[in-house]
Design a protein around this ligand. Structure first.
Ligand code: GAR
Length: 206
């Protein structure tokens, strides 16, 4: 299965995918290209180091419509089977989302439907979790539709929120113990043909 990975920042999720392909924990998957939303994303360095082609497609520079066209034609040109948003802090355009319906997945750093939606990205969900005083948080992998964080949920994993957590310590724990576990797992399940979407809900075949 060929995938494209979209990134915006540090790329720890991208690194987890690269490492798990190398170790054989992710099977029959090849990263065709890493596509960054900005040229200062450290994830680009990680792609280069792993010998994976990378490209910047900037919504800021192109504007919404041209961005959508550019993304769609890039994906079509690559011939990818799956698009993985791994720490991608922007939104794909409507044509791309429609053309790749149920073929785009995203990792969100909270337990959807809590602490998600527009503006809830990066460190912000963790700040909101601590401000609310909830006792568990985690991460969610879901299919992407035209609304922020609303597509069918594929996998979730939770951790305890600890009394002395800061947004940063919580973020770090969730990245390591949740995101970097369930995102590779979801890619594997999709590569194995074990995921189906029925009536907007995901069924995982064992
Ligand atoms: C991750 O925590 C990811 O879940 C989050 O941004 C961080 C990027 O880390 N994504 C979102 O908030 C998307 N709404 P990374 O670049 O090191 O993978």
């Amino acid at each position: 299965m060929k995938i494209a990975v979209f990134v915006s920042g540090g790329g720890t999720n991208l690194q987890a995918i690269i490492d798990k392909i190398a170790s054989g924990e992710i099977r029959n998957v090849e990263i065709s290209e890493v596509i960054a939303s900005n040229d200062s994303a450290f994830a680009i360095e990680r792609a280069k180091k792993a010998g994976i082609p990378s490209k910047v497609i900037s919504k800021k520079l192109l504007g919404d419509e041209a961005y959508d066209e550019a993304t769609l034609s890039e994906l079509n040109g690559l011939g990818v089977d799956l698009v993985v948003l791994a720490g991608f802090l922007s939104m794909l355009g409507p044509k791309t989302v429609k053309a790749y319906a149920n073929r785009i997945i995203n990792i969100h750093p909270a337990l959807i439907p809590a602490f998600c939606g527009k503006g809830m990205y990066g460190i912000r969900p963790h700040e909101a979790v601590l401000a609310k005083g909830v006792k568990i948080s985690g991460a969610t992998v879901h299919f992407v539709n035209e609304h922020y964080d609303e597509g069918p949920i594929i996998l979730q994993k939770a951790v305890d929120v600890l009394p002395d957590d800061t947004p940063e310590t919580l973020q770090k724990r969730i990245m390591k113990e949740c995101e970097q576990v369930i995102l590779p797992e979801a890619i594997n399940l999709i590569a194995e043909g074990k995921i189906e979407v029925v009536n907007n809900l995901v069924r995982v075949r064992k």
